[in-house]
Write a protein that binds this ligand. Structure first.
Ligand code: SAM
Length: 305
């Protein structure tokens, strides 16, 4: 029984063919789509798999379950991809032949006002991909110290006046706690520097990364990918901002997150991956025109040694 569904109104897949080509799929292999979302990448992977092959789709958002493929080869795992190894072991699916991760939020999450990801709509200050998680965007704004807020605005959003904004947030919440997007917008608008949309995008990105511990989860995914991939297995990762891209690039190249390779006692570099994409693959002009989200996408592919 193979009813393949993927809902393009939920999300339009970015770098679809480039990322699937990067996986160099073995038709009878075991594959992981670490960020199932609307299921567009999964659908393409399934097209290349034979009857007894397997695909595991991970997504921490319960809304993604409505896109689950009705296909005997497919298993949806509603969990954070930082739990990759545990779930694959539980499903007796180790080692795997390829892992794809298409990071960040889906258009569905971004465009649904009550999820609180976008400054374009009013709604609750939520921003959790997993709605069972404890920490919301409102919690970050109401509970973090000015120093903590400044750090996330500066590191995760490259907000130029991160200190001013952090202090304004701490001042504002003594009058009224943050609850809605409108509450945050009024503080941002009073303190913004530069172009309004760019400023808001930076502030919202920073809070979202913090709420979902996106960089922490990515680091764990990268480390676990080495443990769960078979030798010759492929890892393909699509990132949307420089912080993610740097982690992926360094890990694929050096087997560590820093800019320098880690050497053993004898000075040898212990490589974990062979890098397949010397430079990241970006969306074609046509794709960038048709899907503005693809403009910041970068695909990197590596092969487990
Ligand atoms: C960009 S969308 C993926 C879209 C998908 N590739 C497609 O073609 O429809 C990212 C998805 O990954 C999920 N996600 C992001 N980080 C995650 C994590 N750490 N663990 C599990 N799912 C995650 C989000 O909930 C979202 O649904």
């Amino acid at each position: 029984m193979k009813k393949e569904t993927s809902d393009s109104s939920y999300h339009t897949s970015v770098l679809l063919h480039e990322s699937i080509d990067g996986l160099a799929i073995k038709p009878n292999g075991i594959y992981v789509d670490a960020t199932f979302g609307g299921g567009g990448h999964s659908k393409e992977i399934l097209k290349q798999l034979v009857e007894d092959a397997k695909l595991f789709g991970f997504d921490q958002d319960e809304d993604a379950a409505k896109n689950a493929q009705d296909d005997n080869r497919f298993t949806l795992v509603q969990a954070n991809f930082s739990e990759l190894k545990r779930f694959l072991r539980m499903h007796n699916a180790l080692p795997v032949d390829g892992i794809l991760a298409d990071l960040g939020v889906s258009s569905w999450q971004f465009d649904t006002a009550e999820r609180g990801f976008s400054y374009r709509f009013d709604g609750p200050l939520d921003m959790r991909m997993n709605r069972l998680a404890e920490k919301t965007a409102a919690d970050v704004l109401n509970e973090y110290s000015a120093e903590q807020l400044q750090k996330i605005f500066s590191e995760y959003g490259e907000v130029r006046n991160s200190k001013t904004l952090a202090n304004a947030i701490v001042g504002s919440r003594t009058q009224k706690q943050f609850e809605t997007i409108a509450d945050l917008l009024s503080v941002c608008e009073a303190n913004q520097t530069g172009e309004k949309h760019k400023y808001l995008a930076q502030v919202f990105q920073a809070i979202r990364i913090e709420v979902n511990d996106e960089l922490g989860a990515l680091k764990i995914l990268l480390e676990q990918s080495v443990e769960v991939l078979a030798s010759g297995g492929r890892l393909a990762v699509i990132t949307f901002h420089s912080l993610e891209d740097r982690l992926v690039k360094n890990y694929m190249k050096h087997g560590s997150f820093g800019d320098e390779p880690v050497k053993d006692f004898f000075g040898n570099i212990e490589r974990k991956f062979k890098v397949i994409t010397k430079k990241p693959i970006e969306a074609s002009e046509k794709e960038q025109k048709e899907n503005s989200r693809s403009r910041s996408a970068k695909l990197r592919v590596a092969e487990k040694i």
